[in-house]
Write a protein that binds this ligand. Structure first.
Ligand code: PRP
Ligand code: URA
Length: 214
């Protein structure tokens, strides 16, 4: 069993309803994207819950008062492809967030991540880095992405995903105990193909309307 202290599983009626839409194999691409957009916005809101603020003065039409601005620089790093589906949720709240990209796919035989693209902004040492990917299955992709970002100097990393498997959470906690996980659901397990059960299938295919078998 994983340690619940570093996992924030968001329970919300909108999430429960929209997860059902995402899980349903008959949901079409347009409806899938709308539900994904709503859930990822709730996740982003929660992932930003305890970030630090800087005070600044603001002049209202009546008088000067104390206001706030977000202190850390925010860098969002989607794990391609499917992670792209969560980027807009972060930039909704932090429009000036910089976006890095990590291209990785899971080899269909070994189930291990294979890197194919990297573009990470400079200066992530002092940023809050939000790694986003809808699925945390074996945890191989998440752990590789986090290790890479740490090797580039990232010190504060949070991982945001829609659906996680206990196996993947455990792996992230073993390898990166400092990284908190914000998720909409902790599912039951992985199947023999290392897909999340019950899950939603292949997230990238469902977001982008592709299918490896098509
Ligand atoms: C999916 C998903 C994660 C990874 C999770 O990507 O988006 O990146 O699998 O599996 P893991 O925890 O076992 O590593 P996929 O390989 O299907 O690539 P895609 O985003 O291009 O569809
Ligand atoms: N990748 C996905 O897209 N879905 C899973 O269930 C596991 C890995």
């Amino acid at each position: 069993m994983f340690n619940k202290e570093t996992v924030l599983e968001i329970n919300h009626p909108v999430i429960a309803r929209d997860l059902t839409t995402l899980r349903d194999k008959n949901t079409n691409t347009a409806t899938f994207r709308l539900a994904l957009g709503r859930i990822s916005t709730i996740l982003a809101y929660n992932a930003l819950m305890n970030i630090s603020l800087r005070t600044k003065s603001v002049q209202t039409p009546i008088q000067e008062t104390i206001g706030y601005e977000i202190e850390p620089e925010i860098v969002v790093v989607p794990i391609l492809r499917a992670g792209l589906g969560l980027v807009d949720a972060i930039t909704t709240f932090v429009p000036d967030a910089r976006v890095g990209h990590l291209g990785m796919y899971r080899d269909e035989v070994t189930k291990k991540p294979v890197d194919y693209y990297v573009n990470i902004p400079n200066g992530i040492e002092n940023a809050l880095v939000l790694v986003v990917d809808p699925m945390l299955a074996t945890g191989g992709s998440a752990c590789d992405a986090i290790a890479f970002l740490k090797s580039k100097g990232a010190k504060e990393i949070r991982f945001i995903c829609l659906i996680s498997a206990p196996e993947g959470i455990q792996k992230v906690q073993n390898e990166h105990p400092d990284v908190s996980i914000i998720t909409a659901a902790v599912d039951e397990k992985l199947n023999d193909d290392k897909y999340i059960v019950p899950g939603l299938g292949d997230a990238g295919d469902r977001i982008f309307g592709t299918s490896r078998n098509a």
